[in-house]
Design a protein around this ligand. Structure first.
Ligand code: FAQ
Length: 329
C-alpha cells in the first residue's frame, strides 16, 4: 500500500519538450507562483513527493516530542515546566496540521503511521539523539528549532496550498520555541561555571546533528532538483545549512560559548562562515536505524499507537452512530 501510494524515486527534472500538455500547463502554473490545490490536476511524482515530505515532516513533529517530553517532569522551575509543556503540545499540533495537509493528497493517517512504525517512512535524524540534561533542552530549542525555522520559513511559499498554509501557522509558533531555547542557554551560560560547562557540552553534542537536519549536501541530495523545479522546496539543503551557520555563530558568541568546529572562520570574500561538514557516514547510519535512540523512539511511538487504539475505535463508533442517526432523520 505504502509503496504504491508514497514511494517516489529521486529523479532528474523532466525536460519541457518531454512533458505532456497537462504537465506543461502544471509547470507554468507553478512557475507563475500559483498555489496548487488538492483537487487540481498534478503529476503523480509531485503528489508522491509531497506525501513523502509532508508526512516525514509530520512524523518528525510527533517523534520530536519525545526528547523534550522526557524533561517535563524534571524542568528546574514551575515556569520552565509550563513553557516546556506548551512547546511540546505545540509540536503535537504541528503534526496534526501536517497530517491533515498530507490527507488532502489522498493518503490516510493510518497508512502513514503504519509506514512510520514499519520503518518504511523516515522522520528527522535529529530526534534519534538523546537529551541528557537540562542544557540539552536549551540546545534543542535554540539549535533544533532554529534549524527547523530556517528550513520552514521558505516552505511557507511552497507551491502546494495546504502545505503552505500549515507552514504559516507552524512558523509563528516555532519562533517562540527557538527563543525559549535561547533563553535557557542564556540563563545557563550566565550561571555557575558548572552550568556554563553544561551549556557548552550541549552545543558540542547538538551542533553537528543540527547541521544534518538540512539533509545531505547538494551533490548527494536525490530529490532537490525536481522538488525545486516544482517549488515544493524553495532552497537547496546547503543554502539553508549555510544560512543557519551564519545566523547561529554570532548567537553562540553572544552567549560566550563556542561552536565545536576548529575550522570555523568568517570568510571576508564570500561574506559567510566557512565550516566543517557533518560526518555524513554517521548521518546515513542514523537514517538506517542505527542512531543512539532509533529503537527507543519507534518503540515509544508503537506503544502510543497501540495504547490509543481504544480511543480511535471509540471515536469511529461514535462517528458511525452519528452518521446512522443523521441518515435516519
Ligand atoms: N533526517 O534528497 P534529499 C521539526 C532523507 S523540524 C532524516 O535531500 P529532500 C520541528 C530524505 O528523506 C524537522 N532523513 O531529500 C521540531 C531522502 O530519503 P527518502 C523536520 C533525511 O526530501 C523541532 C534522503 O535523505 N522538518 O520536526 C534527512 O529533498 C523540535 C535524501 O535527501 C522537515 O521535515 C534528515 N535530516 O530534503 C519538532 C522539513 N535529510 O525520503 C520537535 C521538511 C534528508 O528518499 C522538536 N522537509 N533525509 O527515503 C524538507 O525540507 C526536506 O524533506 C529535507 C530533505 C530538507 C529534510
Amino acid at each position: 500500500m505504502y509503496a504504491q501510494m508514497v514511494k517516489s524515486t529521486g529523479q532528474g527534472v523532466k525536460p519541457r519538450e518531454e512533458m505532456s500538455e497537462e504537465e506543461r500547463h502544471f509547470q507554468d502554473r507553478v512557475d507563475a507562483g500559483e498555489k496548487i490545490e488538492p483537487k487540481d490536476w498534478m503529476p503523480e511524482g509531485y503528489r508522491k513527493t509531497l506525501i513523502r515530505q509532508i508526512a516525514q515532516h509530520a512524523h518528525s513533529e510527533v517523534v520530536g516530542q519525545l526528547p523534550e517530553g522526557n524533561w517535563i517532569t524534571r524542568a528546574p522551575t514551575l515556569e520552565r515546566k509550563a513553557i516546556l509543556l506548551a512547546k511540546v503540545q505545540d509540536e503535537a499540533g504541528h503534526g496534526l496540521y501536517l497530517y491533515c495537509a498530507a490527507e488532502t493528497l489522498g493518503v490516510s493517517r493510518d497508512d502513514l503511521t503504519e509506514a512510520l512504525l514499519s520503518g518504511k517512512m523516515k522522520y528527522s535524524s535529529i530526534f534519534n539523539y538523546p537529551t541528557l540534561n537540562w542544557a540539552d533542552i536549551g540546545a534543542v530549542g535554540w539549535l533544533v528549532d532554529g534549524a527547523a525555522i530556517m528550513n520552514q520559513v521558505p516552505l511557507q511559499r511552497t507551491s502546494f496550498g495546504p502545505y503552505s498554509r500549515a507552514m504559516i501557522r507552524i512558523c509563528k509558533e516555532e519562533s517562540f520555541h527557538q527563543r525559549q531555547g535561547y533563553d535557557i542557554m542564556m540563563k545557563m551560560a550566565q550561571g555557575t561555571p558548572e552550568q556554563k560547562r553544561m551549556a557548552q557540552e550541549a552545543i558540542n553534542r547538538f551542533w553537528y546533528p543540527s547541521l544534518m537536519m538540512f539533509g545531505p549536501s547538494d551533490k548527494d541530495s536525490v530529490h532537490s532538483a525536481q522538488s525545486m523545479a516544482w517549488k515544493i522546496k524553495i532552497n537547496t539543503n546547503d543554502e539553508l545549512r549555510q544560512k543557519f551557520v551564519d545566523q547561529t555563530v554570532p548567537q553562540a558568541e553572544y552567549l560566550g560559548l563556542t561552536v565545536p568546529d576548529p575550522d570555523l572562520k568568517w570568510n571576508e570574500e564570500t561574506g559567510h562562515y566557512d565550516f566543517s561538514e557533518p560526518d555524513w557516514a554517521e548521518f546515513y547510519e542514523v537514517l538506517k536505524g542505527n542512531g543512539p535512540c532509533n529503537t527507543e523512539r519507534l518503540e515509544a511511538r508503537r506503544k502510543a499507537w497501540e495504547d490509543g487504539a481504544w480511543v480511535r475505535d471509540g471515536l469511529m463508533a461514535h462517528a458511525e452512530k452519528r452518521a446512522a442517526r443523521t441518515a435516519a432523520q
